[in-house]
Design a protein around this ligand. Structure first.
Ligand code: FAD
Length: 296
């Protein structure tokens, strides 16, 4: 197991925010997985599994966190067929865009809606990331996870997923996704590429995709009541504080303008939440994960 002392969260998150954790543990074998619980006990602190850091808001300062990075980079590769679906296996650390390029090239349809999501495969599975009507977990055949030092396979039937969440039995956030096998449908490569291109341009026209952000910060209370609309109507579109801002393109994207801090981000989030609660009586839930955990 590789170990890095005092890793900087600002270098590991797309928001470029956050202080210093105790250590980062990088796993790339079954032996690393087996040794992990003991090493975590010795280090103390709260374990946080990290992928591309594209849905994390890390707090400032010295943080009582140990980052755990599953560095499984195998695949993507076709490993068989089941019930008319082509099975594609891929390691948790593989960037989602690489998986999507593979699918387009091989003529495998199902994940086109996930274009433009900058996370890893493991992060997309753990978050049940979704867009354009596609949710990651709906396309899973099985996943391999680590829990308490053991490696287990969970079939699609064992996954309990909802909007931006995945549980496996009684395990909420205490499993590490090591690899995923997706069940995809054969289709023409051109059609898949065109669909991805169309989705990407659509996304780019409505979201600040190149800014420093973690995507949408709040969940949509219901599909027909987007958090961005509520934030806009509450006056938060483009609102700035201490180097952080709600995007003027999409109010649910919080942006680091380059010199922001987690303190400013959290203050702005709280202010927005309070304003939406007062004006509409709706309590917005966070989609971005704050580490160490602060409020739900
Ligand atoms: C420009 C932009 C656009 C985005 N668009 C979308 C979108 O359209 N739809 C959407 O759903 N999201 C979107 N996001 C948010 C984000 O990219 C997704 O949530 C993504 O799936 C997170 O993956 P990650 O590897 O970065 O995970 P991280 O941010 O590193 O982690 C996110 C959460 O998953 C857990 N986790 C990460 N890896 C694992 C693992 N291997 N095993 C277990 N738990 C793990 C972490 O502990 C954390 O709780 C966007 C973000 C950005 C910056």
């Amino acid at each position: 197991m590789r170990e890095i002392a005092s890793p900087q969260l600002a270098q590991r998150t797309t928001l470029r925010l956050g202080g210093t954790a105790i250590a980062e543990l990088i796993l790339d074998s079954a032996e690393d997985v087996a040794r992990l619980p003991r090493r975590l006990r010795a280090l103390g602190g709260q374990p946080v599994i990290i992928g591309a850091g594209s849905n994390l808001l890390a707090q400032d300062g010295d943080l009582p966190l140990v980052l755990v990075r599953p560095d499984f980079m195998q695949g993507p590769e076709v490993v068989g067929e089941e019930d008319g679906k082509v099975l594609v296996r891929v390691g948790a650390a593989v960037p989602l865009p690489r998986l999507l390029r593979f699918c387009a090239g091989q003529g495998l349809s199902g994940l086109e809606g996930l274009i433009g999501i900058p996370g890893t495969v493991g992060g997309a599975v753990a978050m049940n990331a979704g867009s354009f009507g596609v949710e990651t977990c709906t396309k899973i055949n099985n996943i391999q996870v680590a829990s308490n030092g053991e490696i287990l396979t969970a079939t699609a039937a064992a996954l309990q997923y909802a909007y931006r969440s995945l549980h496996i039995g009684d395990k909420k956030n205490d499993f590490i996704v090591l690899e995923a096998t997706f069940g995809l449908t054969r289709a023409a490569s051109d059609g898949i590429s065109n669909c991805m291109r169309h989705n990407f341009f659509e996304k780019k026209s409505k979201q600040p995709v190149t800014a420093l952000s973690a995507g949408c910060v709040f969940k949509n209370p219901t599909p027909d009541m987007p958090a961005g609309k509520l934030l806009d109507q509450a006056g938060f579109k483009g609102k700035k504080l201490g180097g952080m801002a709600f995007s003027s393109l999409h109010a649910n994207f919080m942006i680091n303008e380059g010199r922001g801090s987690a303190k400013a981000a959290l203050a702005l989030l709280q202010e927005a939440r309070e304003a939406v609660r007062e004006r509409f009586g709706i309590k917005l839930e966070l989609e971005v994960r704050i580490v160490p955990c602060l409020f739900p």
